[in-house]
Design a binder for this molecule. Structure first.
Ligand SMILES: *Cc1c(COP(=O)(O)O)cnc(C)c1O
Length: 503
């Protein structure tokens, strides 16, 4: 068979642009300025490969009018719709060049978008651990920025020019606000608990009520922490009831401490009994033991004065006789992630001498933020205005409703007609194990699909993909945007303006 006469079209593979040629393209130079040569090269190689695969698959699959088969799950959307309408194999060299550069730009832009970035928390959980817990006060942000730019007197005494102590920047403020003799701080409360137990009870026993052997999110389980701190946990009482004699009966030669743990994310309702720190202190005194109180969400103020549910304060724990208390900086306290430790001076000194302390110490940025937050507490009258966590928790219904109306107004025109938009009352949670069973009345924008064929999850997905992602909560086949924490209307409107027109 000699059919060679029919001229074969040139192989589409021959039209694929080369990396070297592309690197001389002006548009690629702009990409190099923005993203660096190595990343751009890598992207070009990748996109040329994608194109090669598209050509190969189309060659074997023709004729077909479906878009190319290449995997776009990484950057789904836009560019395959724009580009794949035409078969890769039919493109001219300049069209291929165009496509490789354009896809590389999309890929690189996405790669260099910050992975961790601001989001708008409309989940209805104010202190959401997965969403970074407390929003920082402006004073803390300013303090962080000011020390982060250059050197700071982290461990330097400006008066005598000698070495200073890291804790000195905040210890006195903690003491003033809690009534404790001394204080220190580490990276989070989990670390604080580990450090305290290891320092004060290594190879000894710690007595804890069975009703307080908590697990909180992220694999923090009290029995496991005890093990890692090299303490022997002695469980007493029952899940719902523990009495003072349970502690007394458990005390032996190896007992070092009696520990109280805030139950944080659950509450025992009904027939319950637990032993107060004051009672533990009485027992501890008789046996020369230490009372440790892991308070969880650190609270420094009377929350009831703001119409919030009551939560024991650090000062109360110290007054009741706790020798050492530990609590988080980024829960109710409303500051950065850290764990604060306060109590007897001799015990804090012991804690500071533990080599583990060095592995958990705060950096200058967090120190600056903690100092700024603690100072806000010394002016309680303006706290509602200066501490965003408190401002959000105490927001009034009218104000929340206004935010909801604003959100509904800007969402409505973006959504398909089959989505029903309404404003409904809902309940916000404080979150992060603070007052788990208490909720705060709030209002939400509720999106419901009027057609069972249309999943509201697709709306949630778009909301998550916005420049400032908006995170709601799925509940009863609907998407709820609790507007309690919606205070930055400008950022929200700007973000929703970028809502893609087709969905
Ligand atoms: C939250 C919590 C912790 C852990 O605190 P982190 O700040 O998350 O490290 C420990 N104990 C209790 C009782 C808590 O509520």
């Amino acid at each position: 068979m000699k059919n060679k006469a029919a001229p074969r079209p040139e192989s589409p593979f021959a039209s694929l642009p080369s990396v070297d040629v592309l690197l001389r393209d002006e548009r690629v130079s702009t990409l190099i300025d923005a993203f660096g040569k190595d990343s751009v090269k890598q992207a070009l190689v990748k996109e040329i490969d994608q194109l090669r695969i598209s050509i190969a698959t189309q060659k074997t699959k023709r004729p077909e009018n479906s878009p190319s088969q290449h995997d776009n799950s990484q950057h789904e959307g836009q560019h395959d719709i724009q580009h794949e309408s035409q078969h890769a194999a039919d493109l001219t060299r300049s069209q291929m060049t165009e496509r490789v550069i354009c896809c590389s730009e999309t890929f690189l832009t996405e790669k260099f978008t910050p992975s961790i970035r601001p989001i708008i928390n409309l989940t209805g959980i104010v202190l959401h651990t997965n969403l970074g817990r407390a929003p920082y006060p402006q004073a803390a942000i300013d303090a962080m920025v000011s020390v982060s730019r250059g050197a700071a007197n982290v461990e330097y005494n400006l008066v005598n020019g000698k070495r200073g102590k890291r804790d000195d920047h905040i210890a006195e403020w903690i003491c003033e606000l809690t009534g404790a003799e001394a204080a220190t701080a580490v990276n989070n409360n989990a670390a604080a608990v580990l450090l305290v137990l290891n320092t004060l009870a290594e190879k000894q026993q710690v007595v804890v009520s069975r009703g307080e052997l908590i697990e909180i999110g992220g694999a923090f389980r009290m029995p496991d922490i005890m093990k890692k701190a090299r303490c022997k946990l002695v469980e007493v009482g029952t899940t719902n009831r523990t009495h003072d004699y349970d502690y007394r009966n458990a005390i032996g030669k190896k007992t070092a401490a009696l520990m109280k743990v805030h139950t944080s994310n659950f509450e025992i309702a009904g027939f319950g009994r637990s032993v107060s720190v004051a009672e533990l202190a009485t027992i501890a005194k008789e046996h020369k033991l230490t009372v440790i109180d892991d308070m969880g969400s650190g609270n420094l103020i009377d929350l009831e004065q703001y119409g919030l549910p009551a939560e024991r304060t650090a000062r109360q724990a110290i007054n009741e006789g706790a020798d050492i208390i530990t609590f988080s900086g980024d829960k109710l306290l409303g500051g950065p992630q850290c764990g604060l430790i306060a109590g007897k001076k001799s015990l804090i000194e012991q804690i500071n001498r533990n080599p583990l302390k060095r592995t958990m110490r705060l950096d200058k940025v967090t120190l600056a933020a903690v100092e700024a937050v603690l100072k806000l507490y010394s002016k309680p009258d303006s706290l509602k205005a200066s501490l965003p966590t408190l401002a959000i928790l105490t927001r009034n219904q009218e104000d929340i409703k206004r935010s909801a109306a604003m959100l509904a107004g800007c969402l409505q025109p973006k959504l398909p007609a089959i989505v029903d938009v309404s404003i409904q009352p809902c309940e916000s949670q404080i979150g992060s194990g603070a007052l788990p069973t208490k909720t705060l009345p709030s209002h939400a924008v509720v999106l419901e699909s009027k057609d069972s064929g249309y999943s509201i999850e697709s709306v949630a997905r778009i909301a998550r993909s916005l420049p400032t992602p908006v995170i709601g909560r799925a509940h009863k086949n609907a998407l709820w945007f609790d507007c309690r924490a919606l205070t930055d209307h400008a950022t929200l409107t700007a973000s929703i303006n970028e809502w893609p027109s087709v969905c």
